[in-house]
Design a protein around this ligand. Structure first.
Ligand code: DOR
Ligand code: ZN
Length: 352
C-alpha cells in the first residue's frame, strides 16, 4: 500500500455536535478530522422533535462550519407524526433517530413501543427517509436484560421492522456484537449498519477500568470486536463508518460527588471527531483492512444514503514523517474534552 491515500469526500454517518459552547468547540473538529458530510444526531436538550428546530440547528452548524455538508435528523417522539415526517422530508431532513427510553445520553424522551410508530414509518418509507436505530433495549432485571446483552435482545425488533417495512431504509447504529453483524448481513438491502472507530479497538476489558472508554452501547468481548473488524474487512457495503463521536466535558467523565453526597454516574461517549479519518486508517491497517478504507469511510455509507461524493472534496492522508499523537485534551469556549486514544500515536495524518 502506498504512503498516500486519496479518499473521495469521507462521510461520518453518526455524529454528536451538541449545542451552545460545546457546539462551538466541537463542530469545527468534524472537518479537521477529514469529514466532508456529517449525519447529525438529534439528542439535544430538549430533543429535536420538530422540523423548525432541526432547521434552526442546521443553520447554527452551517454558521460554525460552512465547509461541511450537514445531514439532519429528527428524534422519534410522539410529536413526530406522519404530517411532521412529510414536512421534514420536504425541508430536506434525512432521517429519524430512535432511542429506546433511558438507554443513553438524553434519551429520557425515547420510545417504548415501535407499534405506535408504524404510521410514522409508513410515511418515512413513502418519503424516502432513513430510520436510525439505537439498538439496545432497556435493562430489565426480571428478564435478565443488562447493558451486556441489550443489543442482542434488540435484534428481534430489528428483524421485525425490516420484515414489516421492506422499503424503509433502516440503519442499526454503532453495532457492538457478532450477533448484530450476522443479523444485518442476513437481512435485505434496506438494512445497513454503522460501526464506530472506538468499537473497532475497545473490548470490555479496556472499558471497565477507564471512564473515557465508557460509551453506549458498551464494547463487548474480543469475539465481537473480531466480528466488527471482519465486517469491515469483508468490504460488505452494508457496513460503514458512523463515529458516534460524542463529546462530554471532561469533568462529567470523572468520578464526582453531588451536594447530597452521592456519586454521579459517568457520561457515556467517546470523542473521535478531531482526528477521525487518521484514526480509522490506523485501526483498519492494524487488522489488515486498509484496502477497505475508501469503502468504509466514503463509498458504502454514501451509496446507502444516496448522497454522492462531490468532486473537489477529496481528503488526502499520508504516513506522518514525524510521530503524531492524539492530544490529551481539547479546549475552548469554556469547555475541555478528553479525546479517545489521548496520547496514543496515529499511523496516518491528513495532508489537505
Ligand atoms: O456513548 C454514547 N454517547 N452513546 C449514545 O448513544 C449517545 C452518546 C451521547 O450522546 O453522548
Ligand atoms: Zn450516538
Amino acid at each position: 500500500m502506498s504512503d498516500t491515500i486519496t479518499l473521495p469526500a469521507p462521510a461520518d454517518f453518526h455524529v454528536h455536535v451538541r449545542q451552545g459552547a460545546m457546539c462551538e468547540l466541537v463542530t469545527p473538529h468534524v472537518a479537521a478530522g477529514g469529514v466532508r458530510t456529517a449525519y447529525v444526531m438529534p439528542n439535544l436538550v430538549p430533543p429535536l422533535t420538530k422540523t423548525e428546530a432541526v432547521l434552526e440547528y442546521k443553520k447554527e452548524l452551517e454558521r460554525i462550519a460552512p465547509n461541511v455538508e450537514w445531514l439532519m435528523t429528527l428524534y422519534l417522539h410522539p410529536e413526530v407524526t406522519p404530517d411532521e415526517i412529510r414536512k421534514a422530508a420536504k425541508a430536506g431532513v434525512s432521517g429519524v433517530k430512535s432511542y429506546p427510553r433511558g438507554v443513553t445520553t438524553n434519551s429520557s424522551s425515547g420510545i417504548e413501543d415501535y407499534g405506535v410508530y408504524y404510521p410514522v414509518f409508513e410515511a418515512m418509507e413513502e418519503e424516502g427517509m432513513v430510520l436510525n436505530l439505537h439498538g439496545e433495549v432497556p435493562s430489565d432485571d426480571e428478564k435478565n436484560i443488562s447493558v451486556l446483552n441489550a443489543e442482542k435482545h434488540f435484534l428481534e425488533h430489528l428483524r421485525k421492522l425490516a420484515a414489516d417495512f421492506p422499503n424503509l431504509r433502516i440503519v442499526l447504529e454503532h453495532a457492538t456484537t457478532a450477533e448484530a453483524v450476522e443479523c444485518v448481513a442476513s437481512l435485505g438491502p434496506n438494512v445497513a449498519c454503522s460501526i464506530t472507530a472506538h468499537h473497532l479497538w475497545l473490548t470490555i476489558d479496556t472499558v471497565a477500568p477507564q471512564p473515557h472508554h465508557f460509551c453506549k452501547p458498551l464494547a463487548k468481548e474480543p469475539r465481537d470486536r473480531k466480528a466488527l473488524q471482519g465486517a469491515v474487512r469483508s468490504g460488505n457495503p452494508k457496513f460503514f463508518m458512523g463515529s458516534d463521536s460524542a463529546p462530554h466535558p471532561s469533568a462529567s467523565k470523572m468520578p464526582s460527588i453531588s451536594e447530597a453526597g452521592e456519586l454521579h454516574s459517568c457520561a457515556a461517549g467517546c470523542y473521535t471527531s478531531p482526528y477521525l479519518i487518521p484514526l480509522v486508517a490506523t485501526l483498519l491497517e492494524s487488522f489488515g483492512a486498509l484496502d477497505k478504507l475508501q469503502g468504509f469511510v466514503s463509498d458504502n455509507g454514501r451509496a446507502f444514503y444516496k448522497i454522492p461524493a462531490k468532486a473537489g472534496e477529496e481528503v488526502v492522508i499520508r504516513r506522518p514523517a514525524v510521530a503524531v499523537k492524539v492530544p490529551s485534551k481539547l479546549e475552548g469556549h469554556g469547555n475541555e474534552v478528553v479525546p479517545f486514544w489521548a496520547g496514543r500515536e496515529l499511523g496516518w495524518e491528513i495532508v489537505n
